[in-house]
Design a protein around this ligand. Sequence first.
Ligand code: CMC
Length: 371
Amino acid sequence: MTMVYSPGLDGVVAGETRVSCVDQGRLLYRGYAIQELAEKTNFEEVLHLMLYGELPGEERLQYIMDRLDDFRALPEQVYHVLQHIPATVPMMEVVRTMVSFAGHFDPVEGDDDEAIRQRAIWLTAQVPSIIAARHRLLNGDEPVKPRRGMSHAAQMLYLLFGEEPDDMTADLLDLTLVLYAEHEFNASTFTCRVICSTESDLVSSVAGAIGALKGPLHGGANEAAMRMLLRFKSADEAAKWVVEALERKEKIMGFGHRVYRHGDHRAHILEQKMRKLAHKKGQDHWLAIYDAVRDPVRRLKNIYPNVDYPCGLTYHLMGLPLDLFTPIFVSARVSGWSAHYLEQSRGNRLYRPLSEYIGQAERTVPPLDER
Ligand code: CMC
């Protein structure tokens, strides 16, 4: 066996997949370019594409929407536990815990492919309900009961704020869910597949993946990027800071990507919509700050924004609180993780890489009183 060592598995092919690929800098879900999916489909259609391999027709789309509605209500025990988690616990940790806890009330039986798909739809429906219930309870508000017949994105906003959102806001949230749904062997998906490869269950695999997504080098970057922008009162201040930060060799959140060296297409798609939203809301000063960070990073380091950079500002302009940004990413990526779980569980081979030992040479254990 040839042994290859690549820190961070950079450049290593760790498995085969039919779920998505990055082909010459373009992301495709099951063969469909993300640009086209962003223009022509919504999250529910992408969820069907993830789980069943094909885009749904009208009947199948209605079926997915009905199933999501069937699965949105949280078990009473979830509200109880949510009220006992200390208020200071970050939302991503709450989501990780509650996905695991809700798993004890999994309404789907069996482990065949269709059961796994149903469990994935159930998880996809539960995550926004968990996020919204926690958000409302923390603010002293009663959780809102889901209403049937709304899109997944509109439902999420309705559960959070208790009012039906306007179309522009719901459509923009939906776009981010489509863009966030899947991205081949990223850290959280790989985590999901590693857990699955031990023949563990979907809920455990998703709970592990949430832990991986939380970090600022991965999904946590959308929140971190917006926290960075909020430090600046003007574009000049932002431009000055970013040049100094790059000199200090700091990482700028929302920039760079392991597989895109010339820009993340998703960022480009979202940026255009984000600009329209900022104009509509009379918040153009944010665009000046946004550009003032982006341009020096590109000019000085040849590094481009990834999807999290425009997403952070988009969510902020939509009025979403910062600690919901990465949990919303979870609510979309559950679909991709589940597709990978299904794929990994068929034709599975346990993930078990090697390590290079660089510790102490062999030595003898001294008696306790001599240590
Ligand atoms: N700001 C400044 N310099 C950067 C950045 C950045 N955001 N990203 C990479 N670099 C530099 C890095 O310092 C290094 O420079 P040098 O060769 O001089 O030491 C060089 O580029 C290569 O960086 P790397 O960290 O080895 O590259 P990687 O492929 O391991 O990193 C990354 C990919 C996403 C972890 C990294 O770009 C990063 O930390 N970005 C900031 C966090 C972020 O935005 N994460 C979201 C990732 S994409 C969407 C998602 O998963 O949510």
